[in-house]
Design a protein around this ligand. Structure first.
Ligand SMILES: Nc1nc2c(ncn2[C@@H]2O[C@H](COP(=O)(O)OP(=O)(O)O)[C@@H](O)[C@H]2O)c(=O)[nH]1
Ligand SMILES: [Mg+2]
Length: 324
């Protein structure tokens, strides 16, 4: 998770080369929660790419609905999460509004109980002087990220290489699975999305923005009542813009309140479809790995009879370029 442009899809591509092109999306008609199968140290994994809460195409409500639909179905289907990675660019010289909002949403979504399975990860280290990056990282750890670190989250760096992406995955892979706060609220406590901590955050943001639009419209109406005809047209245009913005926020609020039963049913159906074609998917996922370890298996076969620790099929081998 994390704001747009922090390197989420690139991170996944390091682990599953070409994945963003061949990524298996359950959600092609609804957007951007994308599941990518990969094999890490011989363990089949699903990497989940999510949109940030700053998408130019989608409102925060739409983004939250996408993510919560996925999380709800995943828990219902017993597809539990092992870890969550939050990305932040180390090249950003301060935590701006966008990053702050994304981090707020992230913490409301995860909840403190899941923090031991969270990695707070800085990216783009190749684009910053080490000393500058270190000072920023310290500031993040001392201030912004402090509560999550205190609750058990780990801070790691990703320098854009496969090795560093793998190190982060390995840190998470063997942990016990977790249920995120949003999953617990939606599935176990049967809350509506608007009642969850993440939903309330988006709702409060919307309410604040709607108040600001109403106040601005009030001011413009007062100005209009005393304005000369020469200024009146410009004021009316501004008023129309504010009205339109207020209507858009109101629609977003309605979307936040709206039930998700139809979307959840549709998503569950697709998960079921995917499961029934699961053998082929699983086979396709394992195939590159199987080809990679084949020479080891053959070598182990040839030397069978001799004691052969070397024959352990490639557990720590790196993915070769030929697998893309
Ligand atoms: N310099 C540098 N650029 C990166 C790195 N990771 C990603 N990028 C670039 O940052 C941009 C955004 O990356 P992307 O993976 O699409 O981010 P997302 O929006 O979070 O999925 C792309 O142009 C990437 O090529 C990195 O480690 N170093
Ligand atoms: Mg992306």
């Amino acid at each position: 998770m994390g704001p747009t442009g922090t390197g989420k899809s690139s991170f996944i591509s390091e682990l599953a080369p070409g994945a963003t092109k061949v990524g298996h999306s359950l959600f092609s008609c609804t957007g951007d929660v994308i599941l990518i199968e990969a094999v890490i140290d011989g363990i089949p994994c699903t990497l989940i790419d999510t949109p940030g809460f700053d998408d130019t195409e989608k409102s925060d409500t739409a983004t939250l609905r996408l993510i919560s639909n996925y999380l709800e179905v995943a828990l219902r289907e017993d597809h539990l999460l092992t870890g969550v990675i939050y990305l932040q660019r180390i090249t950003d010289n301060r935590v701006g509004n966008v990053a702050a909002k994304n981090f707020r949403m992230f913490s409301k979504l995860c909840g403190t109980a899941a923090m031991r399975n969270v990695v707070l990860c800085t990216t783009m280290w190749d684009d910053v002087e080490e000393a500058v990056g270190e000072a920023r990282e310290k500031e993040l750890c001392d201030q912004f990220w402090r509560p999550m670190i205190d609750a058990g989250a780990t801070v790691m760096r990703h320098n854009g290489t496969e090795e560093s992406a793998l190190a982060i995955l390995r840190h998470l892979l063997n942990k016990p699975t977790i249920v995120l706060q949003l999953q617990d609220e939606l599935v176990n406590r049967k809350m509506k999305l608007s009642e969850t901590a993440a939903g309330r955050e988006v709702g409060e943001d919307l309410a604040r923005m709607m108040d600001a639009h109403r106040e601005e419209m009030e001011t413009l109406r007062r100005e209009l009542s005393t304005a000369q005809e020469t200024d009146a047209q410009a004021i009316r245009e501004e008023l129309a813009k504010e009205e339109e913005a207020l209507r858009a926020r109101d629609e977003e609020l309605q979307l936040l309140m709206r039930g998700r039963e139809v979307e959840i049913r549709e998503l569950s159906r697709r998960v079921e479809e995917r499961r029934s074609s699961g053998f082929w998917d699983f086979f396709k996922t394992l195939l590159p790995h199987a080809l990679q370890i084949l020479p080891d298996i053959l070598a182990a076969g040839r030397s069978s009879g001799r004691s052969s620790r070397n024959g352990t099929p490639g557990r720590r081998r790196r993915r070769g370029q030929g697998n893309q």
